[in-house]
Design a protein around this ligand. Structure first.
Ligand code: ADP
Ligand code: MG
Length: 275
């Protein structure tokens, strides 16, 4: 599964900033741009709420809200077909430590299936393609975002999933989760990556079987890299430091001399990842 398909600048430009407007209005990006995330500042005084994300606000202010509403996370098979960039925000539950110091007070609340509001001053509303609240399971999130992405790959398109967030916000939990040494299969908390690869290889198998006559051959290669302090490190060959990004007319942007290993099943991938 290839690397990032959108330049960071293109991604950033999709985060529009909106001036205050009516509090019932849902902010949407222009139709020319795929659905995205956007922000709207406004004041409101009602106390309706649902589950909320916890993060350190600049003012350290946390407004208490009741938990009385939840919104269904939709599974939409055309997830990647109609819009080539999708942004989901996932809200994680408070940790025991956070509850011990601040109780159940949260700094954001969910207003709809697409919007959350930060309860600061001024209140700010953010709109995303989907909001996954703290009750959304790993399996559900995989069905919403991972599964259509694999189908997208099988349809011949590049797919990229990118987790962004401050330390402790839940990136590793979402992308990896409990992998139990690579033999995770039945763990409810196993994350997106093992599920995506399990599904990818099972789809490849099915495709081979249903199109036996065509003698299809699939080749999967994996590579892992880390970008740190503007340097590219090959995680499959840690002696390989400071790799260079190149651009080629045929293969596009690539990392020169990055090790690529052929993999034939999800366990191969997970073992490389664990290594
Ligand atoms: P990050 O990788 O962004 O720094 P982590 O994934 O390590 O954050 O999450 C921080 C902590 O919160 C971990 O203990 C993780 O298990 C827990 N956590 C994160 N998201 C969830 C969630 N959706 N449900 C339950 N626990 C979560
Ligand atoms: Mg992490």
């Amino acid at each position: 599964m290839p690397i990032i398909s959108e330049a960071a600048s293109a991604f950033r430009s999709r985060f529009g900033f909106h001036k205050p407007s009516s509090d019932s209005e849902i902010v949407r990006s222009s139709p020319a741009i795929p659905k995205s995330s956007s922000k709207e500042n406004f004041f409101r005084s009602d106390s309706s709420s649902s589950s909320s994300l916890n993060f350190e606000s600049e003012s350290n202010e946390i407004v208490p809200r009741s938990l009385n509403q939840s919104f269904e996370l939709e599974e939409d098979p055309s997830f990647w077909k109609d819009h080539n960039v999708q942004v989901i925000i996932r809200i994680r539950p408070l940790s025991n430590y956070e509850i011990s110091i601040q109780g159940n007070n949260k700094c954001v609340r969910q207003d709809s299936s697409q919007t959350i509001t930060w309860n600061g001053h001024p209140e700010s509303r953010f709109t995303f393609d989907q909001v996954a609240d703290e009750n959304v399971t790993q399996e559900k999130l995989f069905h919403v975002a991972g599964l259509p992405m694999v189908e997208n790959c099988m349809g011949g398109y590049n797919s990229c999933m990118f987790a962004y967030g401050q330390t402790g916000s839940g990136k590793t939990h979402t992308m990896l989760g409990d992998i139990e040494g690579g033999t995770r299969r039945h763990s409810v908390n196993c994350g997106m990556t093992p599920r995506v690869f399990e599904h990818l290889f099972s789809r490849i198998q099915k495709e081979k079987e249903s199109r036996r006559d065509e003698k299809l051959k699939f080749t999967c290669k994996c590579s892992f890299l880390e970008i740190y302090n503007e340097q590219i490190l090959d995680l499959l060959d840690p002696s390989s430091l400071n790799l260079q990004i190149r651009e080629d007319a045929k293969k596009g942007v690539y990392v020169e001399n990055l090790k690529e290993l052929e993999v034939t099943n999800a366990r191969d991938v997970m073992q490389q990842l664990i290594q």
